[in-house]
Design a protein. Structure first.
Length: 481
């Protein structure tokens, strides 16, 4: 249509498609029609009348593939079922760069054909509860300033939420995605709830709340002191989700420190460069022996409510969290990510410690195994303890007295509590070498004064072999291929 003074001047330019110009008439002296008038106080009744006219016009136009509502500014609360009442159309609907000033209510309707909400701004809550999208649904780069409700929605085609921003809660509870679902570069501020959702094809969560987004926001909006406090984490509720093809599901560059995965099959899901919550565990407050352990959000949630649970609930919840850890461990072991899998093995064993069905002797042994070697996953702990006991055994050897290399006069010291323990550094170095090697390479050249020295040597050998075995087991777990 040729532009003139009697038609709306709103124009939208596309990179790969012909530009769109609104064909609606305007009132005298007005540059745009009522659909594109940005005045928040515009007449809602007149707006609805004009909107219905545009919908009917595009529905009846054989040359129009979609109902075009590009850049429309919807005043106040809006109901789509009221706008399309009496219109029987099989065409798709296009809302690129539209603005909904109040609540947007689309619940219960069916979109025939494709539905385009690219770049749409939802100022208030947006409800698509029970909506059926028969074609592709595209919400790329849309902004949901309020809550976004897609509970029990049906996406028959592909669903695109690429670059979408969810400032409030995003609810996809019970939604069904029959085609591909793409949430790449989306940003979630609060909860993203996918409880009982079904994904039948590919699902991609990639670069959610990406580091680049945080950097750009910090540079353009936040004060310098606020940039360091930004957090990529959001609460992802992903339990009881049905993944019909889990090998087509991937999480890439996503912060999963607050994610819940109970009752969801994760055995073949791809986790690439994701961020998990971490716990830093020290060995009896020694500053040098610190273990960084990955933990899942379900584990942290269980710890927070553990004291309020009944014994039966504790057993059930611990078993469920242990199953999530087990699936993640097997998943990562299958892709040769042994080090990362070890973190989840620790979590799995920690849940076993919390399981009331295990007897106290079993839990006591597990506590010891955890303290000494993090269930065989820490190589630093047994190595540190081996060196530590060597220092102690060196003092015991000096206390017992020993002869080095068949010396004519053996070195001998009295008990700690009598004359005190004083000795040359060189003598202690010899004693420490005996302790660090458990006397094995020099046993024929070592003579102890009295039988206690041989008792100490035997204990030194047993503990030394024990800690060396723990060290070798941990190395094998970390570097096996």
């Amino acid at each position: 249509m040729t532009a003139d003074a009697t038609t709306c001047s709103y124009t939208r330019v596309y990179l790969a498609y012909p530009q769109y110009r609104c064909p609606l008439p305007v009132e005298a002296g007005q540059p745009v029609c009522i659909l594109h008038d940005t005045n928040p106080a515009k007449d809602q009744a007149a707006f609805l009348t004009s909107l219905r006219s545009k919908i009917r016009q595009d529905s009846a136009d054989p040359g129009a593939t979609n109902i075009r509502l590009d850049g429309t500014v919807f005043p106040g609360d809006f109901r789509w079922d009221v706008a399309i009442a009496g219109v029987d159309s099989t065409k798709g609907v296009s809302f690129p760069e539209a603005t909904f000033s109040g609540r947007a209510l689309f619940s219960g309707v069916t979109f025939t054909g494709d539905a385009y909400f690219v770049g749409v701004t939802f100022t208030g809550d947006a409800y698509f509860v029970g909506v059926t999208f028969t074609g592709d649904a595209t919400f790329s780069f849309a902004t949901f300033s309020g809550n976004a409700g897609f509970a029990r929605a049906t996406f028959s085609g592909d669903a695109y939420f690429v670059g979408a921003t969810f400032t409030g809660d995003a609810s996809f509870i019970g939604a069904t995605f029959s085609g591909n679902a793409n949430f790449s570069q989306a940003k979630f501020t609060d909860d993203a709830n996918f409880h009982w959702a079904t994904f039948r094809q590919r699902l991609v969560f990639s670069s959610l709340n990406s580091r680049n987004q945080e950097r750009d926001t910090a540079l353009t909006e936040a004060a310098p002191g606020d940039a360091a406090g930004m957090n990529r984490a959001f609460t992802l509720h992903f339990h009881s989700v049905i993944l019909e093809q889990p090998h087509l599901v991937s999480f890439e560059d996503v912060d999963l420190s607050k994610a819940s995965f109970l009752y969801t099959n994760l055995s073949q899901v791809r986790f690439i460069a994701v961020t998990w919550a971490r716990k830093k565990k020290r060995l009896w407050r020694f500053p040098l022996v610190k273990t960084n352990q990955y933990v899942i959000g379900d584990h942290l949630e269980l710890e927070g409510k553990w004291e309020t649970l009944a014994p039966g609930e504790r057993q059930q919840q611990a078993a469920l969290v242990a199953d999530v850890y087990r699936q993640l461990r097997l998943n990562l072991e299958g892709t040769r990510q042994e080090v990362e899998a070890g973190h989840f093995y620790i979590g799995q064993m920690d849940m076993r410690l919390r399981d009331p069905q295990f007897s106290w002797p079993q839990r006591a042994l597990l506590h010891v195994y955890r303290a000494l070697a993090m269930y065989g996953e820490s190589a630093w702990r047994p190595l540190f303890l081996y060196l530590l006991i060597s220092i102690g055994f060196a003092f015991l050897y000096l206390w017992c007295g020993f002869a080095w290399n068949d010396a004519a006069v053996p070195v001998q010291y009295g008990p700690f509590w009598s004359d005190g323990l004083t000795f040359p550094i060189s003598d202690y170095g010899k004693a420490w070498f005996i302790a660090a090697t458990a006397g094995t390479p020099l046993r024929a050249n070592i003579q102890f004064i009295g039988s206690w020295g041989y008792v100490v040597l035997f204990l030194n050998m047993v503990l030394g072999i024990f800690f060396i075995a723990l060290f070798v087991i941990a190395l094998r777990r970390h570097y096996r291929r």
